[in-house]
Every structure is written in C-alpha cells, then in structure tokens.
Design a protein around this ligand. Structure first.
Ligand SMILES: [Zn+2]
Length: 256
C-alpha cells in the first residue's frame, strides 16, 4: 500500500497541467481546492482567500522551482464564502473558521448566525484539514495579500489594532509595510529579522482566538507562518516565499 503510494508520488513529480481538485459542499455552494504540487508534498502552502491571487502565483513559482504542495481554495473570486441554507444567505471568512468561537464570530459579523450554519462551516473546516492531513505537517505556510490600505506590519505595533496578537516585531526601513511575515515560531522571527524582513511573532498566550489558522496551528504545536505581501508585489512575494522555504529547510523542518 505504502509502496504504491510512493510510485504515484514519483509519477506525479512534474507540475500537472490539470491540477487535482477536491471539492467541499458548503450549503448550496461548492468550494474547490486546487492542488499544485511537485516532488515531495512538504512544505504545504495554503491559500484560503480567493481574491489573493498574487500570493498563489508566487507560491507556484517556488513549487515549480523547489517542490512542495500548494492548496488554493476557489469559489467565487471573493474573500468571503457565501452560501445559502434553508433560504438564508450566510457569509464567512475562510480564515476564521478553525475554532468554535471563530465560526460564531465570523458568521455573526459577516452575515447571520445559526446553529445549522455553524455545523456546515465546521464540517468544511474539518474536511479541509483532514483532506490534506494538515495536522500532520511539519510546518504550514499560508499565502495572503494585502491591498495597501488595511493590514500592514504597523497593525502589530503597540498602538496598532492587532497589537494583542504580537509578542514582538521587526519593521524594516527598506521594505513596504504591506509586505511582511506573521510567524508563530521564535526561530522564524529571528531568521527573518536577521534578513531584515518585516516580521511579527504571534503572542500565543494573548492572541485572541478568532478562528484563524495561525491560532489553530499554534495550539497544535505546528510551526506556522503567513506570507503577506501587497497584491502588486509579485516579485517581492516570490522572494519572500523562496526565503521562507530556505528557512524551513535550514531549520531542518523539511528535507532539502
Ligand atoms: Zn488573506
């Protein structure tokens, strides 16, 4: 059984033109998971926001270059997933669904809360994690984009609106504030700071449990990082993904 799996992996070692797809039913809507992979499955990179496509392009460059797996959620091209259940329209942020509190909050904030909707969203979150065995990965890399207005590295400063999530940060004088790493592992912080990237380290003890993947994987003890870059900064983000991969290899989390 294991041997035949290995053969399949080797056989699919080149970039597939028609990537394997997995779909999840969420109420009346289908959320597709597009998978791009080459060689070994690790590191796994996930993209959960369907309007953050620059990050996906950057991730694909590095998968092609060095191997790994990229899982992209695709539904409407928009950030939020919208679905109907029993005649009611619901909406949620797919990066706020990895805890009970997160699901309640994102349904309430983005649309309307009901227990049946909660069950549907919870099943989707659990299915996504199980389908790609994310709980068994040595590290999770999440790919995101910023738009130059909202979230920046400055959001994590003591006077920023995300300060509770940050134990410490490093802001580079030579990088755009919208291009930054959000990490849960002190080794990642030290490495990226030494390279003079914008980086914030999650404060695991005080970060609000908003159902985001960073909190979920921190609680599982799985090193995690977000790579956030301005949507117009493909080259910068590609370099950030490349450096993240080098870092993960150098720290011994995945084989070279
Ligand atoms: Zn995002």
């Amino acid at each position: 059984m294991f041997l035949s799996l290995v053969v399949v992996l080797v056989a699919s070692g080149c970039m597939t033109r028609n990537p394997p797809r997995t779909s999840f039913k969420v109420g009346d809507v289908t959320v597709h998971a597009h998978v791009f992979q080459r060689g070994a499955f690790s590191p796994v990179m996930i993209n959960v926001h369907d309007d953050e496509n620059t990050s996906v392009l950057a991730g694909k460059v590095i998968v092609k270059e060095s191997g790994g797996r990229l899982v992209e959620l695709v539904h409407s091209g928009r950030r939020f997933v919208e679905f109907k259940l029993d005649g009611q329209t619901y909406r949620f942020d797919p990066n706020r669904i990895f805890s009970e509190d997160g699901i309640r909050a994102t349904l309430s904030r983005r649309s309307y809360y009901s227990e049946p909707a909660h069950r549907v969203v919870k099943e989707f979150a659990a299915g996504f994690i199980a389908q790609f065995a994310l709980d068994h990965e040595p590290v999770i890399v999440a790919l995101h984009n910023t738009d130059g207005h909202g979230l920046t590295i400055n959001s994590y400063r003591v006077d920023g609106d995300k300060s509770a999530a940050s134990a410490t940060l490093h802001a580079s004088a030579r990088r755009s504030v919208g291009d930054f790493f959000y990490v849960t592992d002190r080794r990642f912080f030290d490495y990226l700071k030494a390279r003079d990237f914008n980086v914030t380290l999650q404060d695991d003890a005080n970060v609000p449990d908003d159902g985001s993947a960073s909190v979920y994987f921190a609680r599982k003890g799985i090193p995690y990082l977000n790579i956030e870059a301005d949507v117009s900064h493909l080259d910068e983000q590609t370099e950030m993904v490349r450096v993240a991969r080098e870092m993960i290899v150098e720290l011994g989390l995945i084989p070279r």
